[in-house]
Structure formats: C-alpha cells, structure tokens
Ligand binder design. Structure first.
Ligand code: ATP
Length: 270
C-alpha cells in the first residue's frame, strides 16, 4: 500500500521558469523552503528554527504542485507527494500508519520535500466525530500533528501542504510550529495569464499571428491548468485541420469549447 499511496520522484523536472504569473509566491517559497535546505547554518548561527511547514492555498490548478516540485528540483531534493484524501479513503484503517511511513520515507531520502496535497481531507474542522469514518480521519490527523510537532531536524525535510479549502481547516493545523506560514496561490491576473500562455506555447509550432497577450485577455479569469488545456486543444484543432502550425483560430475554437456553458467571459475579437 505504501508504494501505491506515495509518489516519490528523485528530482522532478519542473523548474521555476515553467511557472507563470505567481512570481511573488516563488520568491516566498524560495526563502522559506530553499534556504533551510541549502544553508541550514544561517538559522543555526542566528539561533532560530527555520520556518516549519508552508501551507499553500488557492483554487485548483493554479500551480501549487508545480511550486513544490520546482523547489525539490532546484535544491536537488527528493519530491514525495501524498494526497491526504487517499490516506483516509483509499487505505481505510491505515491512515495513521501511512502518515508515519510518509515521514520515515522523507527522512530516509533527505534532503526531501514532502508535499501533502488536499490536506483538508484529514484536517477539516471537526464535525460529527461519532461515525467511524470520522474517527479514522481524527486518528490520521492526530498522527500528522504528532509528526509535525516531533520534528527536530527540520533542515533536511521540508513540508509543504496544499488545500483548496482554507476555510474548512481545523485551527490545530495552523498553530505555530505546524503550518504557520500561509501562502495564497491565486489564479494569475491578465499579465500572469500571458506568461502562462507563453510557457505552454513555448514548445508548440505556433503561427506568427498567435498573440498570447490577446489570448490572456480573451479567456477571462481562468487558471494555469485551464490555460494548458486550451493550448493542448488548440494543437488538436490544428491536427484535425491537417496543419502542422497552430493558428489563432485554433486557440479561439479551443477556448470557445472550454467555455461552453459558461457566461462571464469576454468575447474574443477578430
Ligand atoms: P490542485 O489544487 O488541483 O492540486 P495545483 O494548484 O496543484 O492544483 P498544478 O497541479 O500545479 O495545480 O497544475 C496543474 C497543471 O496546470 C500543471 O502541470 C501545469 O501544466 C498547469 N499550470 C497550473 N498553474 C500553472 C502556472 N502558474 N504556470 C504554468 N502552468 C500552470
């Protein structure tokens, strides 16, 4: 079960240049995660513990996982990912054991970045704890808190958690020494969307008429994951039309498709 539940990558291939529109978040992650991994002595000489876990929050598909992978890549750390929902839904009854295993694997493979996705699945505000499912979730959360609290040699293992539901989190998880560093990863603004379009069309054979600035305006407020989907679909449209070059109309059609049924977006001109 252990092998199935965790995703371990020696050094993921994502780099900071693959992430668009969230430069401030990249800076902050570098300071809180990279520095303790690369120069733990700085914290020693000042006499403080490095910041503990970082909690990323924001809508799905904005680049939270990418960010965690990029830090691991940049610091030559092992990337270990676990979706908290799997801890309690897929491996019923094994949640707290898996949490123990997870931290053990992270320590054995240090330096490492331990990424706990969808942490709300085990760390939501307590609801009705009478059902057995909730008791299991509680046990898993208790184990996670214990691991976070008992964490001494933090330099070698850095923890990043992510959630789409900050409002649902149990306060216990946000207590000092646990995930006391909150970082919002929002959907990028218009300029950021242009960067993301540039990133995802970088390796595409696009026609000269393709204007990523215009695309960024026209698609309205969509996430990085959706931008990637638009680019892929645009490429598919080119293939369907028997072309090797992707044209502006391919992007337009791709976007119209994604947008089917949605209303509050700007119509594309031209
Ligand atoms: P979730 O909350 O659903 O786990 P996430 O925020 O972790 O989402 P990612 O898994 O990092 O999102 O993003 C999914 C994919 O979308 C990425 O692999 C990438 O191709 C694209 N993407 C998302 N955000 C960005 C971004 N800021 N810049 C470039 N590509 C992005």
């Amino acid at each position: 079960a252990r092998a199935q539940a965790m995703q371990v990558e020696e050094s993921p291939s994502v780099s900071y240049t693959d992430i668009g529109g969230i430069d401030d978040q990249i800076e902050e992650v570098r300071e809180t995660i990279e520095m303790p991994l690369e120069s733990p002595e700085v914290f020693d000489s000042v006499g403080i513990d490095p910041p503990s876990g970082v909690l990323l929050h924001g809508p799905p598909g904005t680049g939270k996982t990418m960010l965690a992978k990029a830090v691991a890549n940049e610091t030559d750390a092992t990337f270990i990912r676990m979706a908290a929902s799997e801890l309690v839904h897929k491996f019923i009854g094994e949640g707290s054991k898996l949490v123990r295993d997870l931290f053990e694997v992270a320590r054995e493979n240090g330096p490492s970045v331990l990424f706990i996705d969808e942490i709300d699945a085990i760390a939501s505000k307590r609801t009705d704890s009478k059902t057995s499912g909730d008791a299991e979730v509680q046990r898993t959360l208790m184990q996670l808190l214990a691991e976070l609290d008992g964490f001494d040699d933090r330099g070698d293992v850095r923890i990043i958690a992510a959630t789409n539901r900050l409002d649902m989190l149990d306060d216990a998880i946000l207590r000092p020494g646990r995930f006391d560093r909150l970082m919002e990863v929002p959907a990028a603004g218009e300029e950021g969307r242009e960067d993301i379009f540039d990133i995802h069309t970088r390796d595409m054979n696009v026609d000269d008429d393709v204007d990523t600035g215009e695309l960024a305006t026209a698609v309205g407020s969509i996430t990085g994951a959706e931008i990637r989907a638009v680019c892929t679909e645009a490429g598919m449209n080119a293939i369907r039309n028997g072309r090797e070059t992707v044209e502006m109309c391919d992007f337009r059609d791709a976007y119209a498709e994604l947008d089917d049924g949605e209303e509050e977006t700007v119509a594309m001109s031209g």
